[in-house]
Design a protein around this ligand. Sequence first.
Ligand SMILES: NC(=O)c1ccc[n+]([C@@H]2O[C@H](COP(=O)([O-])OP(=O)(O)OC[C@H]3O[C@@H](n4cnc5c(N)ncnc54)[C@H](O)[C@@H]3O)[C@@H](O)[C@H]2O)c1
Length: 406
Amino acid sequence: MHNKIVKLGLIGLGSRGRGLTRNLVHIDGIEIVALCDINPAFFDELSEFFDKSQIQKPDFYTDYNEFLARSDIEGVVIATNWITHIPLAIAAMKAGKYVGVEVGGAASIDECWQLVRVSEETKIPCMLLENCCYGKYELMVFNMIKKGLFGEVVHCECGYGHDLRGLAGRKNNRLYNNMHRNGDLYPTHGVGPIAKMLNINRGNRFVSITSMASKAVGLKDWIKKHKDTDYELVNFDFVKGDVVQSLIKCAHGETVLVTHNVTLPRPYSRFNVVHGTNGIYMEDKKGIFIDGKTEDEKWDCIDDYFDEYGHPLWKEFEASGVKGGHGGMDPLTLKAFADSVRNKTQTPIDVYDTATWMAITVLSEQSIYTGSSPIAFPDFTNGKWIDREESVKSIYSLDDVYPKDS
Ligand SMILES: NC(=O)c1ccc[n+]([C@@H]2O[C@H](COP(=O)([O-])OP(=O)(O)OC[C@H]3O[C@@H](n4cnc5c(N)ncnc54)[C@H](O)[C@@H]3O)[C@@H](O)[C@H]2O)c1
């Protein structure tokens, strides 16, 4: 039990925001004092939820300026649609609140710089709530890299493979982006964990990106199969290619292949691959091969490595009974954010990570629109990446578990 309750508010009460609210109230040491959405449609449902759960009900707002003017809110979770993430995060930091912002890509490089500048000026942290950084396998592979199991890492792959063709039937921000933008619209589920594994912005950085998009026919095909002939998008030519791939080069020579693939039929995958001088991990095979350990030309099952290499944080979480959204990733992410707010410390995913990962959407568009030319990555740390600590003191710093001189 924490002796200091941290007071949080949440903006954006769509399906994600309501799910996060339900997760947050069950995490020890958090009180939700205010909720905000321009559309009050879900205020009654949430109000009932708090009543039924016998938890102190928050106040509801339709104007985020009034919400942010409350002095008791210490941290704000933003779960609105993509193009509002950065403007709202900036407003919240200016109001002195820690920011935890949901995932999505940026709309411009300029807004990424604004995010960084405001965080630096206000000294308020901004954490992308990239829950996949807290995935069981992502954390385990991170741990394996730090313990040297893969030797020197040479190449990684990651991305987002999810059959979301149904989006063609729902008028919302995600659909509009697929209609009008050709790039990796959702890079951070894949890139976040890999960036942590490669110490991006902490001794290493992304230096350039080259992207290519396939033709765009998946959504048109889905509409033809599922909608009436008078559906307004029946003849619409979507701009975003069905498969967008980006190859990122790192300062220390590693390459990272990032795939965005959401408009063709397929099972879910984050395409994770880590390949080093001692071996390889491949998510889609649930497989790992370690030179000299695994039988030649075979894959070991990654689960057989959990006892030895499972991340201490996940082991502790499993021992206490995994619960909460997305197989447990969501509560771990929210808890990490709330702990930083409570302790007034840096967030484990900081503003430089947030800007770098979100920028991939814009940089991939720039590359695609210039015939896959390489685009230089902005250095949002302004040179600080060279000698920043390998990892801020956080779940990603394993110093407590494996002290440096061991
Ligand atoms: N991390 C994950 O696994 C995960 C999963 C699902 C969604 N998401 C992210 O969560 C976010 C929300 O997704 P969703 O499906 O709930 O979207 P949604 O469109 O259903 O909900 C967004 C809500 O934000 C509100 N809103 C927009 N602008 C606002 C403003 N200025 N002030 C107050 N409220 C505002 C809208 O009225 C709407 O209710 C997206 O960024 C999405 O990418 C993340």
